[in-house]
Design a protein. Structure first.
Length: 489
């Protein structure tokens, strides 16, 4: 016997016509007890807790007829199984056979590829059994299949109880009907569920247009989009923002905001260091809260991303900050690894020379506007012959500055001195290159040693830390002298 016999499901029986008191002495419960005892006397399946008796099998072994008894709910089932359809008549001890049943059809498939149909009587699902399973391939013809199969189960029922001396009239039925078969669509949400309120999904029968509503459980998911600042963050204390659910207006969650941190600026140098760029004392004031601190005279007290003491870029950045070459990329950052732009290099160089006023006002570059912070530095550099731009009409201020360009700018600012030696240590620097003499001069004066044993990497872009290091080394050679009265940057 195939395993499928053991997975019984409800079929919908629509029975009409309950006879008057039978002419013989048999009762409905007699028929029930006869069927129950027939199953019990045959065999038992412990896996699903079911007694059963196979009464008939078709010659091709594709259709089975049997009686099944389930002690757990005291239900007796008369069933027909085929390859594609399972039809079952369910009997209970009270023999409460419905006069009319309603079939609710859900055309979604379960994991086994079946469609589900639930039988209801007076709005309530049949007790114990409530599903009919048929092959999904035939779901569209369910009504036709039910009508074609039911005569067989009626005939089977008649034959089974006849062996015990009973008739269909003893069961109180003379026929059956299938009515009100609804095929429901996928449903339309008429009320969206919220975090606390149920929703409603409305299903419509594609045959008759009848509808029924089913409740959708609350989502439990809040929408936190109403924010109120409970406590402002300060330099040293975290803040708190409270978010309230815009749907239920009850649920809240608090989010901490990080402390802002101090923004230190140098306000007083108490005494200069005796040697180098470290060792002196200075007073720093927080631009945000007004707190003060006395600390080492070091740009590291201002910039949170300052390289540590001993790093090759630490002293050059110190020099650049305390000499007004640059104030960083923000009040608290220097961005040492950020690519330096041509505009920044011109501004650094101009500041190193004391921010002299340009002698003329005519700007040759169309991409340098009068309001740009680098306007006067570029104009001064053009007049001093430090740069001629990327083209005759463009300076390319926002593009990264290469190593070749930087040493050429410094060499030009130093007066274009001839290198003392023609010995070139770099294989990537050729005599024909515009930066040939600037590179030899920079090597001779210790401004650069290249990027490798015999490479200079002329086309590599520089970082801000590398740029101020070049400037710092030139300053140690006495390469910067104020030319005129300084102007505001």
């Amino acid at each position: 016997m195939k395993t499928k016999l053991l997975s019984l499901v409800l079929v919908i029986i629509l029975l009409m016509g309950i006879l008057a008191v039978p002419v013989n002495a048999a009762s409905r419960s007699d028929v029930y007890n006869y069927l129950k005892n027939t199953a019990i006397d045959d065999q038992y399946d412990a896996q699903i807790g079911c007694y059963y008796s196979v009464m008939s099998v078709s010659s091709d072994n594709t259709t089975f007829y049997g009686i099944f008894y389930y002690p757990e709910n005291e239900a007796v089932a008369l069933s027909i199984y085929t390859d594609s359809v399972e039809v079952t008549m369910i009997l209970t001890p009270e023999m409460k056979l419905p006069y009319q049943a309603y079939v609710w059809f859900d055309d979604t498939q379960n994991s086994n590829g079946f469609v589900n149909v639930t039988a209801k009587y007076n709005g309530e699902a049949f007790p114990s059994f409530s599903k009919y399973e048929g092959n999904a391939a035939v779901q569209g013809d369910l009504l036709q299949i039910m009508n074609s199969i039911f005569p067989y189960i009626m005939e089977f029922t008649r034959a089974v109880i006849h062996e015990g001396g009973y008739t269909l009239a003893d069961m109180g039925l003379t026929g059956y009907t299938i009515c009100n078969l609804h095929i429901w669509d996928e449903g339309t949400i008429v009320k969206q569920p919220t975090c606390v309120e149920s929703g409603i999904c409305r299903y419509t029968c594609i045959n008759c247009g009848q509808t029924h509503d089913e409740s959708m459980a609350p989502t439990g998911e809040h929408v936190f989009d109403e924010a109120v600042v409970i406590a402002e963050a300060t330099c040293t204390q975290n803040g708190t923002i409270r978010y309230t659910c815009s749907l239920c207006h009850q649920a809240t969650k608090d989010v901490k905001t990080a402390a802002l941190g101090h923004v230190w600026t140098l306000t007083e140098v108490q005494h200069e260091p005796e040697e180098g760029q470290h060792g002196g004392l200075a007073v720093y004031t927080c631009a945000r809260c007004g707190d003060t601190k006395t600390a080492q005279r070091c740009a590291g007290e201002v910039f949170v991303d300052m390289p540590k003491i001993g790093n090759w870029a630490h002293e050059p950045i110190d020099w650049a900050y305390f000499n007004g070459i640059t104030s960083g990329t923000s009040a608290t950052t220097f961005s040492p690894r950020k690519t330096v732009t041509r505009a920044e290099v011109m501004t650094f160089l101009w500041s190193a020379f004391g921010r002299p006023a340009p002698e003329e006002a005519e700007m040759p570059f169309t991409d340098v506007k009068g309001k740009a912070y680098y306007y006067r530095p570029v104009l001064w550099a053009v007049q001093k012959g430090i740069t001629a731009g990327r083209t005759q009409t463009t300076f390319a201020a926002k593009e990264g500055c290469t190593r070749a360009e930087i040493v050429t700018f410094l060499w030009s600012a130093a007066g274009r001195p001839e290198p003392s030696s023609t010995e070139n240590p770099f294989k990537d620097v050729r005599r024909k290159n515009y930066y040939y003499k600037p590179v030899l001069w920079a090597v001779e004066n210790g401004i650069t040693a290249g990027t490798g044993e015999n490479t200079f990497s002329p086309n590599a872009v520089c970082t801000r830390a590398q740029t101020v290091t070049f400037l710092y080394k030139l300053a140690l050679l006495g390469g910067f002298t104020a030319e005129s009265e300084p102007v505001a940057p």
